[in-house]
Design a protein around this ligand. Structure first.
Ligand SMILES: [Cu+2]
Length: 169
């Protein structure tokens, strides 16, 4: 129900853009540019920059084929909660979303379907809380290197995110 309401609003937004462009002198050209612009910036149509990912980092490692935590800061200025659905990084085969359970024994990681991102909040993904686990790394990761990973949010869409390799994430 929420998803339907959101897509309806996006559709209305696109219509408004189209009408504005058409009323200009070079209507069809403007529409073409708008469409190309939306195509090149995933996530733009959904929520703009109300949600921002910064300070994404992964630990350096000499080993290959291991699992590494990916952490980041997420600022969600939107009035609705969001969630991380998927993450893709070029240097790992798979990614899971993890939380950490604290029961009577030692803290234990557990995979979850999505990572909740509350509205109007800045949250930190970290090793001992919600984080992304990159599985089966494909290469060594050297301190200072950067990669672009895609973080897919339920509402904000795909955010291409710079990830820094750091010795102490
Ligand atoms: Cu984990």
């Amino acid at each position: 129900m929420i998803a339907i309401a959101t897509s309806g609003r996006d559709g209305a937004g696109l219509d408004r853009v189209g009408q504005t462009a058409l009323s200009g002198r070079s209507g069809s050209l403007a529409v073409g540019l708008v469409v190309v612009g939306l195509w090149l910036t995933p996530g733009f149509a959904a929520a703009g920059d109300a949600l921002q990912v910064t300070n994404a980092r992964v630990p350096a490692s000499d080993e290959v084929g291991i699992d590494l935590p990916l952490v980041m800061t997420i600022r969600n200025d939107a009035t609705e909660a969001d969630a991380i659905l998927r993450v893709r990084c070029p240097f790992a085969n798979f990614a899971e979303k993890h939380t950490v359970d604290r029961g009577e024994g030692a803290p234990a990681m557990r995979a979850v379907k999505s990572i909740p991102i509350p509205e109007n909040k800045t949250i930190e993904l970290k090793r001992d809380g919600y984080h992304v686990m990159l599985l089966q790394t494909r290469q060594k990761l050297v301190d200072g290197e950067t990669f672009t990973c895609a973080v897919v949010f339920q509402k904000a869409g795909t955010k291409e995110t710079e990830v820094q390799v750091s010795r102490t994430p």
